[in-house]
Design a protein around this ligand. Structure first.
Ligand code: BES
Ligand code: ZN
Length: 631
């Protein structure tokens, strides 16, 4: 299966057009949007034709209908005409289009192709006379994949319903008709109508308080990509955490959330000191119900986060540093297509680790880096075993595939270690200066792998004789596995952990484990090493001494349950069932279910648990786990 996109129309006519359209609609357009548009490379995951007609602004008026589990209303789509074609191609999936009209109110001629799995339909609209906008009246289907609708009992408070979106990678098209390609950036405004007792928030300028009529207005004057379109509606309350940051959550969780994220302002300050001013004004985090399928999502001005990082000891806040870092790597300088995904995530993991080092010190950051390398090695081994060696390249070829296939530790960790290799070669000061310029010069623009590598050469490597050869860029970007010159991270803290583990494995005596000063990360390293040679006898002893089965830390639980399955430690299963039926974070669910299906008896158990858990999972997680259970 392959998307049929007419590439002939891409890159043919390059007109330096100043966007007349900008003066023709709302006055809240920012000056950034009047920049000359960059011609975009073909995106195999979108039907759109942005080099001909490009969406430059979206104006939404949507009603949130909790009874029908749909959004309905209008999207006014503003356009820049860059070429001669008069057919606009938009992406649309699980949308019911009621009408499309032109600025003079007449009906536009349009057609929708038969939907293709993952990709949806090409919504082709005839836009004569270079009209400045079209108006689409539509609603989402009840099963629209981006949207998760929760009954009151699925929320922390238990009294009000909740709804949130997850647009990355190509799910924005399931709730908005748009050009769903990350290279296309547009500004937006929105009016959202919901129940008066609920608060609506978006990846935009938000009010922090409920209104009496349930109507909320948003504007985002800085251009963003479709995958960063986001909305959440629920019984939310806000607490400020500093000059320009704060947290939203359900009222009952707010004190815990605010305590957990107390370092948010210093993270912003540290990030700015590294790579330049935070461009988006306010930075808030909204804590979602546990069905949120990811750890975090870097929606501009408003990170969406899983409640599973609220551990009560601030031990999992590197996730906030990660999503914050995306405010530069990703949200400012954006992967042009999903084949360039490592430009978003690899840079962000590198940046995250620099923020963590600045605030919590080198030993802490070293622990995170070692954990990252361990995960990378496992990922490389898995992908090779699955016969997917090409998916261990940084630059991917996801033609005809779900971009989700690129969501592995390759983009994150191999990307990070590539950047660390460059840093080691040129020195930290030179690399920091380079990165700061890179983010500044390319802000609000798409970036692809080739252009980045050219930029790297011109602005950095050419000034350091021989560095390009020593780094061996081709091996990192276009080759498999982990190149031989990769940094080999070490952590003195983890050596202590390994000594304890070795002693325990030799003696079988828990007293040989010296856990003084251990944090979540020490435990994670211990468990991941222990997993390799665990046996039931040692598992029982560990649990008796440290009560891991009832740990309040979800990262620890996730690793512990994997050990419990492989050693058939049945005492942990009730707790594992509670975990699997209450947490929807895909990163936790996938390895556990994958292990469970390897034994017939466990597989049966997993299938029964999945049936119970399904209502709790977002479609993103449900689909993944369903594939694990029925390959
Ligand atoms: N942008 C990603 C999440 C994402 C990527 C969603 C691709 C859909 C498609 C986000 O920044 C992320 O990486 N989240 C991680 C946490 C992070 C600390 C590694 C997650 O959710 O686990
Ligand atoms: Zn990320």
């Amino acid at each position: 299966m392959c998307l049929k996109i007419n590439f002939n129309r891409i890159g043919t006519i390059i007109l330096p057009i100043l966007l007349a359209a900008c003066s023709m609609h709302s006055s809240n357009q920012s000056e950034v949007n009047t920049q000359e548009p960059i011609m975009l490379s073909p995106d195999v995951h979108s039907f759109s034709n942005p080099n001909e007609i490009r969406v430059n602004h979206l104006s939404l008026d949507l009603r949130v209908d909790f009874d029908k589990k749909i959004l309905s209303g209008t999207a006014k789509v503003f356009l820049s005409h860059l070429g001669d074609q008069d057919t606009l191609h938009l992406d649309s999936r699980q949308l019911v289009i009621h009408s499309i009209t032109l600025p003079d109110g007449s009906n536009a001629t349009y057609s929708l192709t038969k939907p293709i799995e993952f990709f949806g339909s090409d919504l082709a609209v005839l836009v004569p006379g270079k009209a400045a906008f079209i108006r689409i009246e539509y609603e989402t289907e009840p099963g629209a994949e981006a949207l998760d609708w929760m009954m009151p009992e699925q929320t922390a408070g238990g009294k009000h319903p909740f709804m949130f979106s997850q647009s990355q990678a190509i799910l924005a098209r399931t709730w908005l008709p748009l050009q769903d390609s990350p290279g296309v950036k547009f500004t937006y405004d929105a009016t959202i109508h919901t129940n008066p007792e609920l608060l609506a928030v978006m990846s935009a300028e938000n009010g922090h308080d409920k209104t009496t009529n349930g109507v909320y207005h948003f504007k985002m004057d800085q251009p963003v990509s479709s995958y960063l379109m986001a909305i959440a509606v629920g019984d939310l309350q806000f607490q400020s955490l500093g000059r320009n940051c704060g947290v939203f959550s359900e009222p009952g969780m707010l004190p815990k959330a605010a305590w957990e994220f107390a370092d948010m302002q210093s993270m912003i300050d540290s990030a700015e000191a590294l790579y330049g001013p935070y461009a988006w004004g306010q930075y808030d985090v909204v804590v979602l119900p546990p069905s949120f399928p990811f750890g975090g999502m870097e929606n501009p001005r408003l990170t969406f986060a899983t409640p599973t990082i609220i551990a009560g000891d601030r031990s999992l806040v590197s996730l906030i540093a990660h999503e914050l870092a995306h405010s530069w790597s990703g949200n400012l300088v954006t992967n042009e297509t999903w084949n360039d995904f490592w430009l978003n995530e690899g840079f962000t993991v590198y940046f995250e680790q620099r923020i963590m080092e600045k605030i919590y010190g080198k030993p802490y950051a070293e622990m995170l880096t070692v954990l990252g390398m361990e995960e990378l090695k496992l990922t490389v081994a898995d992908l090779e075993e699955e016969g997917r060696p090409n998916d261990t390249h940084l630059f991917l070829n996801l033609d005809g595939r779900n971009p989700d296939d690129g969501l592995t530790d390759i983009a994150y960790e191999k990307g990070r270690f590539f950047l660390q290799t460059v840093e080691r070669e040129v020195g930290r000061d030179a690399f920091d200066e380079f990165l700061k310029d890179y983010f500044t010069e390319n802000a609000f623009k798409p970036m692809n792998t080739k252009r980045f590598l050219d930029y790297l050469k011109d602005h950095l490597l050419d000034k350091h004789a021989g560095s390009a050869e020593r780094i061996n860029i081709d091996a990192w970007v276009y080759g498999p596995g982990i190149p031989a010159n990769s940094p080999k991270p070490e952590s003195a803290e983890f050596m202590r952990v390994e000594n304890s583990l070795n002693a325990f494995m030799a003696s079988g005596n828990v007293d040989d484990i010296d856990t003084s000063g251990w944090t979540t990360h020490h435990w994670l390293h211990f468990l991941r090493d222990f997993k390799k040679n665990a046996n039931l006898d040692l598992v029982v002893k560990l649990d008796d001494a440290y009560h891991l089965t009832s740990s309040g830390n979800n990262e620890i639980l996730c690793d512990w349950f994997q050990i419990a399955i492989s050693t058939q430690y049945k005492l942990a299963y009730p707790s594992m069932e509670r975990f699997l039926t209450s947490v929807g974070r895909r990163k936790f669910l996938t390895p556990i279910y994958k292990l469970l299906v390897t034994r017939p008896e466990d597989k049966k158990w997993a299938e029964a648990v999945f049936e119970k858990a399904k209502p709790v999972y977002h479609a993103v997680s449900e689909n993944t786990i369903s594939d694990v259970l029925n390959p």
